[in-house]
Structure formats: C-alpha cells, structure tokens
Write a protein that binds this ligand. Sequence first.
Ligand SMILES: CC(C)(COP(=O)(O)OP(=O)(O)OC[C@H]1O[C@@H](n2cnc3c(N)ncnc32)[C@H](O)[C@@H]1OP(=O)(O)O)[C@@H](O)C(=O)NCCC(=O)NCCS
Length: 222
Amino acid sequence: MKKLCIIGVGGTATDLLSLVETLNPTLPTAERWECIGFLDDNPALKNGSFHGFPVLGALSDAALVDQDVFFAFTIGSPRTAGKREKILRKTEIGRQRFPSFVHPQAAVPAGWRPGHGTLISPGVVVSRSAVIGDFVVVLPNSVVSHDSRVGGFSCLATGVCVSGGVTIGEDAYIGANAALRDGVCVGKGVLVGLGSAVVSDIEDGLVVCGVPAKPLAGRNQL
Ligand SMILES: CC(C)(COP(=O)(O)OP(=O)(O)OC[C@H]1O[C@@H](n2cnc3c(N)ncnc32)[C@H](O)[C@@H]1OP(=O)(O)O)[C@@H](O)C(=O)NCCC(=O)NCCS
C-alpha cells in the first residue's frame, strides 16, 4: 500500500476518497492507496477527523509528515481562484510527491497520465489533443475538447464544457456548467460563475458571469 495525505478538508477531498475507493481494486496491492489523514488550516478542525480519518495538522505541518507519504491537493473552492499555487507553496512539498489520480470512469486518451497533482473525476472527457497542467482539478462530467489547454492549478467544476482550442490560464476557476466558446482565452486567476457562457477572451484576474459572461467585480472585491 502507498500512503496518501490529503491537503484540504472539503468536497473535493470527499470526492477524492471515493475516487481512491473505486481505483484501489483495479491496482496491484502494492500500488493501492491508504489515506493516513488530512492537513488543513481551519483551527476548528484541529485534532478532529473527516470521514473517519484524522486531521493531522495545518499545511505548515507538511514537513513533519513521513518521507514515504504521498500527497493530494484538494483545496479548490471558487474563492481560491488565483490563490491555489500560493497556498500549496506554503507546504514546501516537492511536486514529485503529488501523484495524479484519474477515475476509471473518465474517458481519457489511452495510456494518458496527467502531470503531478492533477485529479480527474468520473464522467470527465479529455480529448487526445488537449493539454492539462499540474495540480488541475476536473470535477465530474466536464469535457475538455480537442486542442484546448488548461493551465496548472486551475479547477473545472462539475459539468464544464471547454470547447475546442480554448486556453485557460493558470489558477483559474471555471464554475459548474459553464461553457467556453471554441478558441477563447481565459486569463490567469479568472473566476467564471456557474452557468456562464464565455464567448470572448477574459483578462487575467477578472470575475465574470452570465450569458454572455461579463465582468462582475475586480479580483480584490471578492
Ligand atoms: C460568480 C460568483 C463567484 C459570484 O459570487 P458573489 O461575488 O458572492 O456574488 P453575489 O452572489 O453577491 O451576486 C452578485 C450579482 O451577480 C449575480 N450572479 C451571481 N452569480 C451569477 C452567475 N453565475 N450568473 C449570472 N449572474 C450571477 C447575482 O444575481 C447578483 O446580481 P444582482 O447584483 O443584480 O443582484 C458565484 O455566484 C458563482 O457562480 N460561483 C461559482 C459556484 C460554482 O460553480 N461552484 C461549483 C461547485 S462544484
């Protein structure tokens, strides 16, 4: 068994536990994952537990975790758009300790392995010519079409439709059921509201929503 410590207590962590439960029976025993607990900065979780696994400490305690333990980074609510890379940097853990996880019921190119720390949920479809960066979270039933690029640390919530040739910058958050028109560029740290239709390029750091998506507020106003 390989040991796994999950960074972030929340919905994505819950989904990752389910993913691991589904994945484990498909793996040789030595390759299976055993969750040892969580790291989270919420003081209310100190010495507590989540789904029966202990909260081992805060993110700054990552250095105290045994060297043979791997990590998953599941912090990724809409309000962390533009901040996920900075949050993870606090842990000072090397990328090589973050495996990627692909749900067996995701439709991905044969033999494809995403980069470090990327999580691919059930029902996700990834085209063979799409490129997905490190530490990307793709929630259930999202589609990343041909020739699209999803920048590192970005999150696609449930049911996102990324059309062909789209570029999503680093650390963006695309809300549930949003649709991105073919060829558009979404800047770094952008937050796209749920159900929005992005039909033109979006500058770095904006919050946009609606059909068609329009800026809601500057990044600092969230
Ligand atoms: C866009 C978003 C970040 C705005 O959140 P917020 O800053 O708290 O904004 P508010 O809820 O105060 O809404 C501000 C205005 O924008 C409108 N609005 C909010 N979200 C909207 C959306 N997705 N589409 C269209 N309009 C939206 C509100 O109706 C409100 O309009 P008003 O000023 O005319 O009353 C948020 O609504 C959102 O969509 N988050 C993503 C959620 C998501 O995808 N979660 C996925 C979980 S898997």
